[in-house]
Design a protein around this ligand. Structure first.
Ligand code: 5GP
Ligand code: MG
Length: 214
């Protein structure tokens, strides 16, 4: 399957099923993980370029605040957050703070249901909170976080790397989105399947046959 080559990263990227890449990329990941991974959906170079544009957009929007508190949703968002927060601090006027929160949803990992619980959180303070989340699917996790912050009267924005909602959840607050992707199960760049693939630099599609085996 031939990925679509793109060169402009300024807006949310609508990723087609065949994926996106930039010129001159040859994803090496398939050599090692070819039996488990169907294809590279978003190459690491595309992620990098899109994050640079997102940081600029967030920097322009939120520069009126003295500092922002980045609330990172564990665990899948760690690579996304660590790259984005450094871009914000190094390339924009924004000063950042960092907090973590963990949510859990019940049901199968590949097919989570809507019941989400907030497991842990630290002191969530600050003038404005930037929720940093890896992926939104049915929206149960983000909805829960929205309720949690709203109830506590905390002003917040949300920043999501991957959006699988297909624009079907108008109640979700999606302020900054990296890529809109097809509804397939993805791993890599912090995202796992059964604990695997978090360390891959590209975002990949996990083979359907593997999901059925679990
Ligand atoms: P939602 O609550 O929006 O249905 O799903 C959110 C959570 O489900 C995400 O935070 C993530 O943990 C998990 N999830 C949903 N889709 C995927 C996916 O394609 N890959 C991985 N690794 N996790 C996913
Ligand atoms: Mg998540």
């Amino acid at each position: 399957m031939q990925a679509k080559v793109i060169s402009s990263f300024d807006k949310v990227i609508d990723v087609p099923v065949e994926g996106v890449t930039t010129f001159n990329e040859k994803p090496a990941v398939l050599e090692k993980y070819g039996k488990e991974i169907d294809r590279v959906l978003i190459s690491k170079e595309c992620i990098k370029r899109r994050l640079e544009a997102m940081a600029k957009e967030i920097g322009d929007d939120l520069k009126k605040f003295k500092e922002i508190n980045c609330l990172v949703v564990l665990k899948g968002s760690i690579f996304f957050a660590s790259d984005l927060i450094r871009l914000l601090d190094e390339g924009t006027p924004i000063r950042t703070k960092l907090d973590f929160i963990q949510c859990s949803s019940y049901g199968d990992k590949a097919f989570p249901n809507e019941e989400v619980k907030i497991e842990k959180y630290g002191d969530i303070e600050g003038e404005i909170i930037l929720v940093i989340e890896d992926i939104v699917d049915k929206g149960g996790t983000l909805r829960k976080l929205q309720e949690f912050l709203t109830k506590r009267g905390k002003p917040f924005k949300t920043c999501v790397l991957l959006d699988k909602t297909q624009d079907k959840n108008p109640d979700l607050q999606l302020d900054y989105v990296g890529f809109k992707i097809p509804r397939e199960f993805v791993g890599g760049y912090g995202l796992d399947y059964a604990g695997m693939y978090r360390g891959l630099s590209d975002i990949v599609v996990v083979k359907k046959e593997l999901l059925k085996l679990q």
